[in-house]
Design a protein around this ligand. Structure first.
Ligand code: 26W
Length: 822
C-alpha cells in the first residue's frame, strides 16, 4: 500500500521518540530535562520533517522522470495555517506521534498548539490556494505553488478598549517547514530604460537595461498529500540585495551605513503582506511585489522547460499556469517578453504559446477590488512591459474592430487602457485577453461576471472562453483534522475513511439518519465542540457562554458587503425585544450566543466601526442581569486558520448574509455545513449550490435576490425607501446612547440613510429577523435539527476541493495525475 512506498512511516513509536529526542538534544542543543512544550513541538516537527523530505525528493525525481505537463498555481497568498497536525494526519503517523510524545510526558494537542500559523493570506482567496495545494498533492497531480515569502504575514488583531489594534506578525523565528535554496536565485530588474537595436538583417530587438536589481531567493515548502507518497512543492520567493549591487562609492567615501541602508531597501519587497481584502490601493510597492514574484517564478518555469530540449511550441503541453485573481497578471506580459526579447521568437509565435498557457480565475465582482495600475507608474517601473501591453492591446483592438466595425464605444469599453486621468491599465482585461480560459468560483458568480463586468468580452471571444469552477475545501483539514470525533463517527458508519478521498461517499450517512444511537452520538459530538469553544471563549474573554445555547457564528473578514452590521443590528433588536418581555415569556426564549470574529483592513474605517459596535453591544448585553444566558455577544480576537479549526465545528448556525451578488463564493459556508452546522444566508455565492445539494429544507435562506439589487439601489438613490421600522428602532437605540457614545456610530448609521444603504441592510432586515425567529423555533425541535444536520453533511460531497481540482484539470489545464507505482 501507499505507506510502504511513502517512507514516511516510522518503524514504531520507539524510532519516532529517538528522532524527537535526537533533534531536541542536537539540532536544538537542549536537554530533555528542560524540554518544554515548545521544544517538544520543535523536536517533533523536525522528526516529521525528515520523513517528509524523503517522499518529497522521491516525488520531485519521479515527476522529473515522467516529464509530464505540470500545473503552476500562482498566488500572492497561501493561507496555510499550521502544518504539524496536517502532516501527521496526511502521512498517517498521528497515532505513533501521540503515543510517542505521550510517553515522553507531553500531550500531542499541547505540542501541536505551540506552532505559529503561517498566515500568508487575507481570507478566502489565500485559504482556497492552501486547500487546492492539499488536493493537488492528494490527487497526485504534478503541481507547484508559487508565492512570496512574507516576513510579516497578516497582522495579529488585538482588541483594546473594544477597538481593533494591529500588531505585526513576525512569524519566521522558527519555521521548520521551509528550506532555503540559496542556489536557486534570480536577478530581477526594475526601472531602467529601453533601447531599440537592429541587427545586420534589419531585425529590431529591444534592450531593457540600466535598472535596479534585486535578488529573489527560493524557499521551498513540502506539501504532502493525504495517504499518498506524492509530496509537492510550494516555492516562496524572498527578496534580498543583489550581490553585484553594493554601492562601493559610498562605502569608499566612508558612508558605510548609507550604502547598507540602500541595499536593505531590496528586502522590503517581500517584507509584508498587504492586509487589504477586496480593495486595491494601487501602491508602487505592491506592484513591485507582483513583478518580483511573477518574474522569478517564470524564470524558474522556463528554465525547467528548457531542460527537456523541446521546441517552444510545445510549452503549453508541458506547462499550465493558473492565475489566482489578477495579482499575477504580469506573468502574461513577462512570458511574452522572455519569448520575444530573450528567446527570439516572433510576436505571433510567442502570443500563441502565451495564451495557450494561462488560465485566469476571478474571485470578485466588487469594482473597488479590480486592479488598475497607473500608466505613469508602469512607465517608470516596468518600461518594457508597458510597451508590450500597448502592443497586446493594439492587436487585440484590431481584432475587435474587425468583428465590430465602427463601434468606437466597444473599443473604448474593452481596451486594456482606460482613458482616465492618468490613464490606467485594467489588469482583469489583460488577464482575460492573455488566457485561454477564465473562470468564476461559484455558478452565480460565473454567470454574473459574464453578464456584468466582462460582458463585452463574451461578445468578442464567444461564451466558451468563460466557465465556472465552484470552489471547494479540503475535507482532510476541515473535517478530519478540525473535528476528529465527527470524522471517526462517520468512518465507523461508512466502514472506513475512504470518504476523506471521495467525499461523495458521505451520501451513505443518509441510511443512518434514523438510527437513534447514531443521532445521539452525532449531537454529543456537536455539544463537545461547543463546550470546547465555550472554554476557549471563557479563557480568552472571561465571558461565560452556556454550551446549550444556540451558537450563532459569523467569522470572516469584516466588510460592509458581508454585512456583519446587519447581524449586530439583529442582535440589538433581539436585546430590545427581550427587555420588553415578561418573565413567563422570557422562559420560552431560546438562549443564544452571537459569536463574531474577523479582521478589518487597517485603513477601513467603517469595518473598524462595526467591530466597535459589536464589542460595545457585548459590554452592555453580557452584563445585563435581566438577560443572563438568553443572549451573549462575543467577539473572538485574531480570527485565523487555527482558530477556525476550533470555531467551525462548534456552530449550530453560521451566518453568510452578504448582499446578493457580492460574495463570489464563500468557502467557510462549506466548512460549517461539513461540520454539521446549519446556515442562515442569502441567495449568494456558493450558498445557492449548497441549497441545491442539501435541499431547501436544510438551510435558512433570506433576503432579496441578486437580480433585485440594481432596482433597489436605484430606489434608494431617489429617496424612495423608508428605513425598515424595526431597523429604525435599532438605530434609535444606538443614537440614544444605549451602547455608549453614539457619535462613534454616526458613519455607520448615515451609510444607511444619506449613504443610500448601498448594501441594502434595510431591505433585507425584516426578512433576516423573521428567518432568525424561524431558526429559534426549529432549534427547539432537537430531533428535527439533528435530522437537518445529518442530511446536510451527507450531501456535501460536491464541495470537496478534490472535485474542484479535477474540474480544473479536465476543463482548463488538460493535465493527468502522476501516481507513483510499485
Ligand atoms: C487587490 C486587492 C485585493 C485583494 C484580495 C483584491 C481582491 C482580493 C481577493 C480576490 C479577495 C478574496 O479573497 N475573494 C474571495 O475569494 C474566495 C475564494 O474564491 C471567495 O470564496 C470569496 O467569496 C471572495 O470574496
Amino acid at each position: 500500500t501507499w505507506r510502504k512506498l511513502a517512507a514516511t512511516e516510522f518503524k514504531g513509536k520507539e524510532e519516532f521518540q529517538r528522532e524527537v529526542v535526537r533533534h531536541v538534544e542536537t539540532t536544538l542543543a537542549r536537554s530533555m530535562y528542560n524540554c518544554d512544550d515548545l521544544a517538544a513541538y520543535s523536536g517533533t516537527a523536525l522528526a516529521v520533517r525528515d520523513k517528509l523530505v524523503v517522499s518529497w525528493n522521491k516525488t520531485q525525481q519521479h515527476q522529473t522522470l515522467q516529464d509530464q505537463k505540470r500545473i503552476y498555481y500562482l498566488s500572492l497568498e497561501f493561507l496555510m495555517g499550521r502544518t504539524l497536525d496536517n502532516s501527521l494526519l496526511n502521512t498517517g503517523i498521528k497515532d505513533t506521534a501521540r503515543e510517542g510524545v505521550g510517553e515522553l510526558g507531553f500531550r500531542i494537542e499541547d505540542v501541536i498548539d505551540k506552532e505559529h500559523d503561517a498566515a500568508l493570506g487575507n481570507g478566502g482567496l489565500g485559504r482556497l490556494a492552501a486547500c487546492f495545494l492539499d488536493s493537488l498533492a492528494t490527487l497526485n497531480y504534478p503541481a507547484w505553488g508559487y508565492g512570496l515569502r512574507y516576513r510579516y504575514g497578516i497582522f495579529k488583531q488585538e482588541i483594546v478598549d473594544g477597538y481593533q489594534v494591529e500588531v505585526p506578525d513576525y512569524w519566521l523565528d522558527f519555521n521548520p517547514w521551509e528550506f532555503p535554496r540559496h542556489d536557486v536565485c534570480v536577478d530581477i530588474m526594475f526601472y531602467g530604460y529601453v533601447t531599440k537595436v537592429s541587427d545586420n538583417d534589419g531585425k529590431i530587438s529591444h534592450l531593457w537595461e540600466g535598472g535596479e536589481i534585486v535578488q529573489a531567493i527560493a524557499y521551498d515548502v513540502p506539501i504532502p498529500g493525504y495517504e499518498t507518497s506524492t509530496t509537492n512543492n510550494l516555492r516562496l520567493w524572498s527578496s534580498k540585495p543583489s550581490s553585484g549591487e553594493f554601492d562601493f562609492q559610498k562605502f569608499n567615501s566612508g558612508d558605510y551605513e548609507g550604502s547598507i541602508r540602500e541595499q536593505q531597501k531590496a528586502e522590503t519587497i517581500s517584507a509584508v503582506l498587504y492586509p487589504n481584502d477586496n480593495i486595491s490601493a494601487g501602491k508602487e510597492l505592491r506592484l513591485k511585489q507582483q513583478y518580483f514574484w511573477v518574474a522569478a517564478s517564470l524564470h524558474d518555469i522556463v528554465r525547467r522547460f528548457k531542460k527537456s530540449h523541446r521546441p517552444w511550441k510545445e510549452f503549453p503541453d508541458q506547462v499550465a499556469i493558473q492565475l489566482n485573481d489578477t495579482h499575477p497578471t504580469l506573468a502574461i506580459v513577462e512570458l511574452q517578453r522572455i519569448f520575444i526579447d530573450i528567446e527570439g521568437l516572433t510576436w505571433d509565435q510567442s502570443w500563441d504559446i502565451v495564451t495557450r498557457t494561462f488560465g485566469y480565475t476571478n474571485h470578485t465582482v466588487l469594482p473597488e477590488a479590480l486592479e488598475k495600475w497607473s500608466v505613469p507608474l508602469f512607465q517608470s517601473l516596468l518600461p518594457r512591459h508597458l510597451q508590450i501591453i500597448y502592443e497586446i492591446n493594439l492587436y487585440f483592438l484590431q481584432g475587435v474592430e474587425k468583428k465590430f466595425p465602427k463601434d468606437r464605444d466597444m473599443l473604448q469599453r474593452v481596451s486594456i487602457i482606460e482613458e482616465s486621468q492618468p490613464q490606467v491599465i485594467r489588469m482583469a482585461y489583460l488577464a482575460i485577453i492573455g488566457s485561454h480560459k477564465v473562470n468564476g468560483v461559484a455558478e452565480l458568480h460565473s454567470d454574473l461576471i459574464k453578464a456584468t463586468i466582462f460582458k463585452d468580452f463574451i461578445a468578442v471571444f464567444g461564451p466558451d472562453k468563460f466557465t465556472n469552477v465552484t470552489n471547494g475545501i479540503t475535507p482532510r483539514r476541515w473535517l478530519h483534522q478540525a473535528n476528529p470525533k465527527l470524522s471517526d463517527l462517520i468512518a465507523s458508519k461508512l466502514g472506513g475513511y475512504d470518504f476523506l478521498k471521495d467525499l461523495n461517499l458521505l451520501k451513505g450517512l443518509e441510511q443512518w439518519v434514523d438510527d437513534k444511537e447514531f443521532r445521539k452520538e452525532w449531537m454529543e459530538i456537536k455539544l463537545a465542540a461547543k463546550i470546547r469553544l465555550a472554554k476557549y471563549i471563557r479563557d480568552t474573554t472571561q465571558i461565560a457562554v452556556n454550551p446549550h445555547s444556540l451558537f450563532d457564528i459569523q467569522v470572516k473578514r469584516i466588510h460592509e458587503y458581508k454585512r456583519q452590521q446587519m447581524n449586530i443590528f439583529g442582535v440589538i433588536y433581539r436585546y430590545l425585544r427581550l427587555k420588553q418581555m415578561k418573565p413567563e415569556e422570557l422562559k420560552k426564549q431560546v438562549p443564544r450566543a452571537s459569536i463574531f470574529g474577523g479582521k478589518a483592513a487597517p485603513g477601513y474605517w467603517m469595518a473598524k466601526t462595526i467591530i466597535r459596535l459589536i464589542t460595545a453591544v457585548g459590554e452592555v448585553v453580557n452584563t445585563d442581569k435581566d438577560i443572563g444566558d438568553l443572549l451573549k455577544v462575543v467577539f473572538i480576537e485574531d480570527y485565523n486558520v487555527s482558530k477556525a479549526e476550533i470555531i467551525i465545528p462548534a456552530s449550530d448556525i453560521s451566518e453568510h448574509i452578504s448582499t446578493a451578488g457580492t460574495e463570489a463564493s464563500g468557502t467557510s459556508n462549506m466548512k460549517f455545513v461539513l461540520n454539521g452546522g446549519l446556515i442562515i444566508g442569502t441567495c449568494d455565492g456558493a450558498n445557492i449550490e449548497i441549497t441545491r445539494e442539501i435541499g431547501e429544507d436544510n438551510i435558512f435562506l433570506l433576503g432579496h435576490l441578486a437580480e433585485d439589487v440594481e432596482e433597489l439601489r436605484h430606489q434608494h438613490r431617489f429617496g424612495k425607501v423608508e428605513m425598515d421600522p424595526k431597523l429604525r428602532l435599532v438605530c434609535d437605540a444606538i443614537e440614544a446612547g444605549q451602547f455608549g457614545d453614539p457619535n462613534i456610530y454616526n458613519g455607520l448609521i448615515s451609510a444607511l440613510t444619506t449613504g443610500c444603504d448601498y448594501y441594502l441592510v434595510s431591505d433585507d432586515f425584516s426578512s433576516y429577523l423573521a428567518t432568525q425567529d424561524l431558526v429559534d423555533t426549529t432549534f427547539k425541535d432537537k430531533e428535527d435539527w439533528a435530522t437537518k444536520s445529518i442530511m446536510s453533511v451527507a450531501n456535501m460531497g460536491f464541495f470537496s476541493a478534490d472535485r474542484a481540482i479535477n474540474e480544473y484539470a479536465d476543463t482548463i489545464w488538460n493535465v493527468e495525475p502522476t501516481p507513483q507505482k510499485k
